[in-house]
Design a protein around this ligand. Structure first.
Ligand code: IPE
Ligand code: IPE
Ligand code: MG
Length: 246
């Protein structure tokens, strides 16, 4: 099929190893069509599979997507309940494809405030895909960067109080071991759709040296071709990490 990325032939030179996406604009996409916001969230969820499928083709090993922030509870009860329902439906609908296509799924964020049925399904999906390693898909639900650092600090402080960790040993290698993302590399590229140029509490610690792409496309309109374009453009970035031009 013309235009559809092909396995092996479309590996992108200099492709980002870890891409993180703030999937924004579902509500506006629905409003533009005179439909309720949840219609946009459902359209947005359908985009995820296509983008995950591109990852092994382009050379992206890790994809992390922001699905629900610690601040998104401020929305109406109808929208919040609809999103939680959508997460359950997504897991039911996608489990088989994720397992068979070699995707390892992880969830980050605080599960305490999520309902038991959903957290159970999340744990089961993580277990069902635990042997996979073709692509690492991490889904952030009830995730906030500040909340994550606060929870990490609490656990770190408990280790200090228990005598398992010396305060003098705490450095910038120590704290990330307590973050939800402790098994993931830092994101190389962070993409935000919908024209907003802000981070909205996503991966605050981890994105210290990430490259950013803020694009106008609303998330339900984001295509494989646009993803390919952004991954290709990343290959041309000069990442200096505070040093001098290479
Ligand atoms: C992003 O789309 C998805 C979530 C935050 C759950 P929005 O729902 O924020 O869409 P806009 O920004 O209102 O258009
Ligand atoms: C960020 O989008 C959270 C997700 C995409 C899940 P928001 O729409 O919640 O962010 P703000 O409110 O525009 O900053
Ligand atoms: Mg938004």
């Amino acid at each position: 099929m013309a235009g559809v990325p092909q396995p092996q032939s479309d590996l992108i030179p200099g492709c980002p190893r870890h891409v993180a996406i703030i999937m924004d604009g579902n509500g506006r996409w629905a409003t533009q069509r005179g439909r309720p916001r949840l219609y946009g969230h459902h359209a947005g969820a359908r985009r995820v599979r296509e983008i995950v499928e591109c990852c092994p083709i382009f050379g992206v090993d890790y994809l992390t997507i922001f699905a629900f922030s610690t601040e998104n509870w401020k929305r109406t009860q109808v929208e919040v309940a609809g999103l939680m329902n959508l997460f359950r439906r997504y897991i039911i609908k996608e489990t088989r494809a994720l397992v068979t296509s070699g995707v390892r799924v992880r969830f980050i964020g605080d599960r305490v405030r999520l309902d038991r049925k959903l957290t159970q399904m999340m744990t089961e999906l993580e277990a069902a895909t635990a042997q996979n390693s073709r692509v690492h898909l991490t889904i952030a639900i009830n995730y906030g960067g500040r909340d994550e650092v606060a929870r990490a600090t609490k656990r770190l402080a408990a280790d200090v109080a228990a005598g398992n960790l010396s305060p003098d040993a705490v450095d910038e290698e120590t704290l990330p071991r307590y973050l939800d993302t402790h098994v993931l590399p830092d994101p190389d590229l962070v993409i935000r759709t919908s024209g907003e140029a802000r981070i909205s509490n996503f991966l605050l610690w981890q994105s210290a040296y990430s490259e950013y792409e803020f694009i106008d496309t609303l998330w339900p309109d984001f295509t494989q071709a646009e993803f390919q374009r952004l991954c290709t453009a990343f290959g041309g970035r000069d990442r200096r990490y505070g040093g001098v031009r290479r």
